[in-house]
Design a protein around this ligand. Structure first.
Ligand code: 5GP
Ligand code: ZN
Length: 114
């Protein structure tokens, strides 16, 4: 596979501020936070984007989604609300081609997003 920044973060070749980890999932702080809470939730198995979600096992998808829920609850995001975003492809500005869900919280968000 070509160089993948998030695979290197998962493999601990590049340092990150990890908030949650299990066998299938890593959640770490975004290096350029756009909200008081801004995390990235990634599957440890590399897929480029949600377009390829069928390349993950159902258990890996379940682990990813439930880890987002778990962390949102633990960080107290659920009462006020929060946003989960998967930028996909050029038009959405996806910069890193390893599936990641942004978890943004602790401020208000506009809709529709820019
Ligand atoms: P995208 O634009 O692909 O949806 O989001 C990529 C995100 O990765 C951006 O929010 C960016 O700040 C974050 N990011 C880029 N490089 C690094 C890095 O080296 N470490 C961490 N923790 N986040 C990064
Ligand atoms: Zn990767």
């Amino acid at each position: 596979m070509q160089y993948c920044l998030f695979c290197k973060i998962i493999n601990k070749e590049i340092k990150s501020d990890i908030v949650y980890e299990n066998d299938d999932v890593l959640i770490f702080k975004d290096i350029n936070p756009r909200a008081p809470v801004h995390l990235l939730a990634v599957p440890k198995k590399h897929i480029d984007s949600i377009v390829d979600i069928d390349k993950l096992a159902s258990g890996e998808v379940y682990a990813l989604m439930t880890s987002i829920s778990k962390i949102a609850k633990e960080l107290g995001l659920t009462d006020s609300g929060f946003r989960v975003v998967a930028n996909t492809g050029n038009a959405a500005g996806q910069a890193v081609n390893h599936l990641h869900f942004h978890i943004l919280g602790k401020r208000n968000f506009n809709w529709p997003p820019g």
